[in-house]
Design a binder for this molecule. Sequence first.
Ligand code: SF4
Ligand code: SF4
Length: 249
Amino acid sequence: MEKSNNYYIKTNRAFSHIRKYGWIITVLIAIGGQWEPKLGLTVVLIMAGLTITAFFNGRYWCGNFCPHGSLFDTIILPVTRNKKIPDLFKSKVMIIGFFAIFMVNFMRRILSVSRYWGTYDFFDKLGYLFSSTYLIVLIVGGILATLINPRTWCQFCPMGTLQKLAYKLGKAIGITKKTEKKITISSQEKCYKCGKCAKVCPFQLAPYLEFSNENKFDNINCIKCSTCVANCPAGILSLKNGNETEKVS
Ligand code: SF4
Ligand code: SF4
């Protein structure tokens, strides 16, 4: 069914301090890093963190730790037009094409910075590379978030694609079977089919239409943010990894 632009609802998504205040890290790295480039080196830790968590738990980082995600969901949500995300931004051509262009450009810049290895300037140059990349995401992602939907950038974000690759590796090895948390419905018979879970989903996914026979939502793009859990009027959704449920306040 084609969704109208008024289908989606703005609702609180900041269920933790990290999700509420993580945007401060974005501003510090992206803007502060223009004056103090070493702040950009924090991005190395962020990239390591998102790759490792994705290996065990898919795009959990995007929904729970990402500083840009916090900016989009906390600062931009109140002012966004909250429209339907155009299919182009979700297409394979866009996701793979943008990832390839980003990676080639990123590696080219890393190589040029590597010439400074061993000099006093090396860490400033490297930090500036990361900081300026963070600033570009803040500007482009922020404009898309305001004009279209907070999580528009996230549809083709190279770090999201990197997480999907790490997740596929974890899945192929068989790790994710034990570690991955998925949106789970306690009973499909109790679902009102009201679509509220789809209307509040930051990624505009529709869990109620896609539950498996094991009552799991298997969509690789789910960022496990629990916004659907907090808003389901039937109270039948949870984020589970088999034997444990995550609480949402
Ligand atoms: S919000 Fe809950 S009751 Fe409504 S469609 Fe989704 S799972 Fe079903
Ligand atoms: S399906 Fe639920 S947990 Fe997954 S992204 Fe949408 S709202 Fe978040």
